[in-house]
Design a protein around this ligand. Structure first.
Ligand SMILES: Nc1ncnc2c1ncn2[C@@H]1O[C@H](COP(=O)(O)OP(=O)(O)O)[C@@H](O)[C@H]1O
Ligand SMILES: Nc1ccn([C@@H]2O[C@H](COP(=O)(O)OP(=O)(O)O)[C@@H](O)[C@H]2O)c(=O)n1
Length: 244
């Protein structure tokens, strides 16, 4: 159902008072106020920073990118065409994924198998942006994220714009491609120039869903330490988030 309520048109359609009683709308609205979103470009520090902020607040953090990565891994393993949304979705429905949003690091499971360690391989890095532009896959990820109980810190590309537009605090992390590649080179077998080229390509493929929210605080993490970024964010959180 399409929401016609002007005050809520940027919330998800299911929260429209034409569908739900006002008390339920209020509950959904309040629940979003206890969410912190940390979006940004690839390797800008989102998951490390989200983990640090979440631990300081005593809440979990949620990595949306891991769900896109897991969908990509399953598609690759099944030999599917990554552009084929109906085939991918059918596969995801018969092989359900579960995101475990722990404060110390997110894990992804498919039945009894843990996929987490396989999600940051070069082949998943290469395929994930193809899968992530499919609207059907985006809706599948969004539904899983919106079903999680707040409070939590959510990180990705469109947490503050599309998934949790009423979040209590929004941040957007950037850094130059070269600095990001130098950081990621600690975690990948490729050299800095190859990683930098792949990051620039992925930034371009992810450009549409990666625009910062208009009300996000943009932080250039280039000159900051990891702890410096975490402290910068903690210092700007509103009370409804810190007291949640
Ligand atoms: N401000 C920072 N200074 C130095 N290293 C950082 C900083 N932020 C993140 N890192 C490191 O950069 C790498 C990529 O960070 P990560 O959190 O995985 O980014 P993302 O989730 O955006 O891909 C990790 O090795 C992390 O420890
Ligand atoms: N909210 C999100 C999160 C990730 N993604 C996609 O998933 C990919 C992997 O995201 P990630 O956050 O794990 O990647 P890194 O930034 O850590 O390299 C991105 O390159 C995007 O294609 C997205 O489209 N929207």
């Amino acid at each position: 159902m399409r929401c016609r309520c002007p005050a809520l048109k940027d919330l998800f359609a299911a929260s429209c008072p034409e569908v739900l009683p006002p008390a339920s709308v209020r509950t959904l609205y309040t629940a979003q106020l206890m969410i912190v979103t940390i979006d940004g470009v690839a390797a800008s520090g989102k998951s490390s920073v989200s983990g640090g902020v979440a631990r300081a607040l005593g809440v979990p953090y949620v990595s949306s990118g891991l769900l896109y990565r897991a969908a990509t891994l399953l598609g690759l393993e099944a030999g599917l065409d990554l552009h084929d949304a109906p085939a991918l979705l059918a596969h995801l429905q018969t092989h359900p994924l579960r995101l475990e949003p722990l404060a110390e690091g997110n894990r992804v499971w498919q039945d009894g198998r843990e996929l987490t360690d396989e999600l940051h391989s070069t082949r998943v890095d290469r395929g994930v942006s193809v899968v992530a532009v499919l609207p059907e896959v985006r809706a599948w990820v969004d539904a899983q994220l919106r079903a999680l109980p707040s409070p939590f810190v959510a990180e990705g590309r469109d947490m503050g714009t599309n998934v949790f537009p009423r979040a209590g605090a929004k941040f957007y992390l950037t850094a130059s491609p070269h600095i990001r590649a130098q950081r990621r080179a600690q975690e990948r077998p490729e050299d800095v120039p190859a990683i930098e080229a792949a990051l620039i390509r992925r930034d371009e493929l992810d450009r549409v869903q990666s625009a910062p929210a208009l009300d996000a605080v943009v932080i250039d993490t280039g000159p900051l330490t990891l702890d410096g970024v975490i402290q910068t964010i903690l210092a700007q959180l509103p009370e409804q988030v810190t007291s949640a």
